[in-house]
Each structure stands twice: as C-alpha cells, then as structure tokens.
Design a protein around this ligand. Structure first.
Ligand code: C2E
Ligand code: MG
Ligand code: MG
Length: 553
C-alpha cells in the first residue's frame, strides 16, 4: 500500500521517529510529525493526509481524542489511536469518536501496519456492501482517466440508482432494503460485462466505470445488459422480489474534464431516466442538462412557495341531487406563482411528490381547509363537508393518521365533516396498508372517498374488501355520457355496484345539462363540475354559500 500520506501525532520523539522510519520503509509518505493536538489539526488542514496516527495522551490544551474528533468531522480523515494504557474511561471516549483503529504501546511493527491497512481499507469501502466508496472511486477514476488520456476510446461513467428503494424500506423494512442493496452489489461485482470499477455512493446509488469503448452504442448495450441483470428476480424470505434501476451515463472525454464532472453529469442523466419511470438508461446530452436546469429552478421556486405563502386553497361545490343543495366542497390547491401567475396542481403536485414536498404541502391544505370549514360553521352557514385530496406519497408516511387527528383537534372540526380523497393507485400499491389506514380513519369518523374511480387498473372487486364511503367517478367517463354508449354503460355499472354496497356515488367534471340529466336518471347521488361552478377562492365560495342557492333538477 504505497502512495498514502500519514500524519504522526506523538509527543515522544523517539517513538515518533521509529514509526516514521518504519512507515517510509513500507512505501508510505509522512506529511509531518507533530507533538500537540493544536498542531495536529493545523497540519491535517494543510496537508490533508490519508490517515492520522494519534497519540491519546498529549501535552497541551487539546488531548488526542478531542483533536481526532475534530479532524474526523472536519476533514473526514480516518484516525488510528496510539496509547500506552487503556483505562475504561479513555476507551469509552475513544470509541465515541468512531476510531478506525487502536494500538496499545508498545506494539509490534507488523501490528501497526496491519491496523493502518485495515483502517485505510475501511475508510474507502462501504460498510454494507464492502464496495469501494466515493473516496476510493475518486482516486481510481482519476488514475483511469489519466491513463486513458492519449487513447482514442471513451470511458463511460455510469450512475445507477435503484427505483423505489424507499418503498421497499418502508413496506418490507430496512433489513430487506439492505439485503437488496447487497444483492445488487454482488450482481454488479460478479457480472461478466466489461466493468472496471463498481462503487457504492449514497443509499441506493452505485457508480460503475465501464472499460473503454469505441462507440457510444457499445456502452448502451452494456447498460441494457446491466439493467436486465439488476431486474432479475430476488428471492426474499421465500417470495420473489423485483427491483429495477435507472441509469445515467456520461462519456469521457466529451462529457467532463475530470472525474467529478463526469459523475455529476451522469447523475443528471440518471435523474432524467428516473423521471421517465425507471428501468431505463439515459446518456448525458445538452437537452438533458437543460431540462435539469429548468427543473432545478422550478424546484427551488416550489420549495420556497410554502414559506412565501404562494399557495391558496380553492373550493369546488359538491351538490346533492336529491335536494339540489351544496352539501360539500372539494379543496383544490392553487399556486400563485410570482412570475407565471396561477399554476395548475396537475403540474406542480407531481413535482412536489417527487421532491418530498407533498407532505408539508398536503398538511397545509388539510389544515387550511379544516380551519375554513369550521369558520363557516361558526359563522352560522349551513354545515358543509370538505373533501381533501391525499396523494399516494403522503400516504406512504407513517404519521399521516397522527397529523390528521392533530389537525382536526386543533381546528375543532368535527371529523364527520372531513372527507379524504384517495386514488386507486394508492390502494393497488399496498392494499393491506390502505385497508388498515381506512379502518382507523373510519373509526375516527372521517369519510373516505375513492377519487378518479375507473382510471386505474379498475378492479371492481376491491371496493368489496375495503371500507370506504364514496366513489368519485372520474370526469373522463362523464364526458359526453349521454352520447357515448361505452361511458354510459360503465357509469351505470359503477353506480349500481356502489349502491349495492351502500356507498355514495359522486360524479365529477359535469359540464352540461345532458350529462347532468343522465346522472339524475341513473341515480347518481352527488355531482360537481363546471356546470355548477369552478373551484372558487374562499371569498367567492362564501358568497355562493350565503346565497343558499338551490338547483332544480
Ligand atoms: P381531482 O382531485 O380529480 O380534482 C378534480 C379536478 O377536475 C380539479 O382540477 C378540478 O378543478 C377539475 N374539474 C372540476 N370540474 C371540472 C369540469 O367540469 N371539467 C373539467 N375539465 N375539469 C373539472 P385541478 O384543481 O386542476 O386539480 C387537478 C388534480 O390535482 C386533482 O384532481 C388532484 O388530483 C390534484 N390536487 C389538487 N389539489 C390537491 C391537493 O391539495 N393535494 C393533492 N394531493 N392533490 C391535489
Ligand atoms: Mg379529488
Ligand atoms: Mg378526480
């Protein structure tokens, strides 16, 4: 193990010199010998050694352990301790600093070298998979790029990220998540494709450096094969589990001047294939880079929007056919963008979901809607039910139920006036989790509606198994329902099925009299849509409520 730089911190100069000679004879270089904690920190900052050998007992203000802690946290340099004695208290403090090694003086030379070797290895390898980590990857990649400089071929640098790993962690547990990562690491290490380096970066991300290729197409072929290898079934606790990956590829020398830039651009390309749904590879191109920059600025705006109060809740009336009266409102969020004006949730909700912003945004909508509904009730307006959309990503979070009940408590809204709208997709993802949550919410007194019914892989059987109160027929079925025989047949079937299970049916997106008449004749319970009113800002909705409007059907 040569080329590595070591700093020696030892206040007994004879010992320090001995160690230094011994290390030099093994091919290490010594960045310095220093005698105090203060000097150790200064020297580490200046020379950035690969490892620090640190005497625990040092003269002066800062002892070895304090200095080591600082060096590790500030510069991520591994530290191996040297000590003449090891009482319990010292050992406890040493362990608290997560040392990379510990040697009791006097020691044999062999012992010193093995400890250093292990420490350097551990520092550059990922603990879970034992693959090289980012630090080693950087080193190896820069060596490779140097060697390749004069040759005509290209070096493909790949970032591979497992799709939906958070889902595996949250539904099957972190042990299984870790198992999947190890399994993928093993597959990548053992695969027969032309791979030079495999390293593990953050959580579910791997970097792969392929052997040089003559054509871009060669890299594409290898990438496809690697995707297939990852996607093969894994047997976990007796059942099959499938994971897929998204890949981004940059090519040296065209896509970057050094390893860092190549990795960064491969990441950008990887995000692009993730966005396209995963299980894909994408080369880095100018277009990908541009998309990324646009998206990045948009994301920054969205991240700040909540803080800057740019969101607003609109209310769309829901009318009961039997009485012709408004019995509820769907809360629909709007983004008043400072430059672009009103942005549709169809555009920013998916973005918020992807960025992990949907939880705070969803909670804000829920709280605003509940507070407003309670305020209207207090004002003496006819009591109203408010429907709030819950996205699948919000549902993934364990504390959603807790937050809902907290918001109900804080806003003093009776739970029977709250309806949560969930989509079929969410149920299909994890029926057991959905069933469990629905039961809890129902026991709390909250109404549950299935939104956009019929747009998923509509199974007409799960409503029988799951406890919910209302079905919302998607607006695509309502469109031209009086003339479109297929839409008509589906809608009639849904209404009959729902009624046989004592569920309420709401039709959304009703735009004209013909659609409305059809729904009245076929016994739909509630309706909403532009025929009655668009979603309105709070003040305008209030005017509508106060008018006590009644429609005659
Ligand atoms: P959705 O929950 O199915 O909401 C119904 C959408 O249809 C709303 O669009 C509404 O404005 C629109 N709509 C209502 N009547 C008509 C009509 O007669 N004709 C037509 N063409 N459209 C009509 P909007 O407000 O743009 O919301 C789109 C989607 O964004 C919603 O679909 C919902 O999935 C999501 N969304 C909106 N607000 C929130 C929110 O606070 N949280 C979450 N998680 N999702 C939200
Ligand atoms: Mg909805
Ligand atoms: Mg809908």
């Amino acid at each position: 193990m040569s080329n590595k730089k070591i700093l020696i911190v030892e206040d007994e100069s004879i010992i320090a010199e001995d160690i230094s000679d011994s290390l030099i004879s093994r091919g290490y270089s010594i960045t310095g010998i220093v005698y105090s904690g203060e000097e150790a920190i200064e020297s580490a900052a200046e020379f950035r050694p690969d490892l620090v050998l640190m005497d625990v007992n040092l003269q002066g203000e800062i002892d070895g352990i304090t200095a080591a802690e600082e060096i590790r946290s500030r510069f991520q340099i591994p530290v191996v301790y040297l000590t003449a004695y090891a009482d319990e208290n010292t050992l406890r403090r040493v362990n608290a600093t997560k040392p990379f090694g510990y040697i009791v003086k006097p020691f044999e030379e062999k012992n010193l070298h093995t400890t250093i070797q292990i420490a350097l290895h551990r520092h550059q390898h990922d603990c879970l998979t034992n693959l090289p980590n980012r630090s080693l990857l950087r080193e190896q990649l820069s060596l490779l790029l140097d060697k390749q400089k004069e040759l005509p071929e290209m070096i493909p640098v790949v970032i591979l990220s497992l799709d939906r790993i958070n889902r595996i962690n949250s539904t099957l547990g972190h042990d299984i998540g870790d198992y999947v990562l190890c399994k993928v690491a093993e597959r990548l290490s053992n695969c027969t494709e032309k791979i030079n380096i495999v390293a593990r970066l953050e959580s579910a991300e791997f970097a792969i450096v392929l052997e040089p290729v003559a054509e871009k197409q060669d890299a594409a072929k290898i990438a496809r094969n690697i995707l297939d290898i990852v996607a093969q079934a894994m047997i976990v606790k007796g059942s099959e589990l499938y994971v897929t990956a998204s890949m981004g590829i940059s090519l040296s020398p065209g896509d970057g001047n050094d390893g860092e830039e190549l990795l960064k651009n491969a990441y950008t390309a990887m995000y692009n294939s993730q966005e396209k749904g995963g299980n894909k590879y994408q080369f880095y191109t100018a277009k990908v880079a541009n998309n990324y920059i646009n998206k990045f600025t948009q994301e920054t705006c969205l991240r700040n929007a909540l803080k800057r109060s740019e969101f607003e809740v609109y209310y769309e009336p829901q009318i009961e056919i039997k009485t012709g009266k408004i019995i509820g409102a769907e809360a629909l969020v709007r983004w008043n963008h400072p430059k672009r004006g009103r942005v549709s949730p169809a555009e920013f909700i998916p973005m918020a979901e992807e960025m992990g912003l949907i939880a705070p945004l969803g909670e804000w909508v829920l709280e605003t809607a509940c507070r407003q509904t309670k305020a209207w009730q207090t004002e003496g307006l006819p009591p109203l039910r408010v429907a709030v959309n819950v996205s699948a990503r919000q549902f993934d979070r364990k504390n959603l139920t807790e937050r809902v009940s907290q918001i109900l408590r804080e806003t003093h809204l009776d739970p029977k006036f709250l309806e949560l709208e969930l989509t079929e997709g969410l149920i299909l993802q994890d029926e057991a989790a959905a069933s469990q949550a629905f039961t809890v919410w129902r026991d709390m007194g909250i109404r549950i509606a299935i939104d956009d019914f019929g747009t998923g892989y509509s199974s007409l059987s799960y409503p029988k198994r799951l406890p919910f109160d209302a079905l919302k027929i998607d607006k695509s079925f309502i469109r031209d329902i009086a003339d479109d025989r297929q839409n008509a047949a589906i809608t009639i079937a849904i209404i009959q099925m729902a009624h046989s299970m004592n569920m309420t049916v709401i039709a959304e997106g009703v735009e004209n009299q013909r659609e409305l008449s059809f729904l009245c004749v076929h016994d739909c319970d509630e309706i909403q849509g532009h025929f009655f009113s668009q979603a309105l800002p709070k003040a305008e909705f209030e005017v509508l409520l106060k008018s006590d409007k009644c429609w005659n059907f």
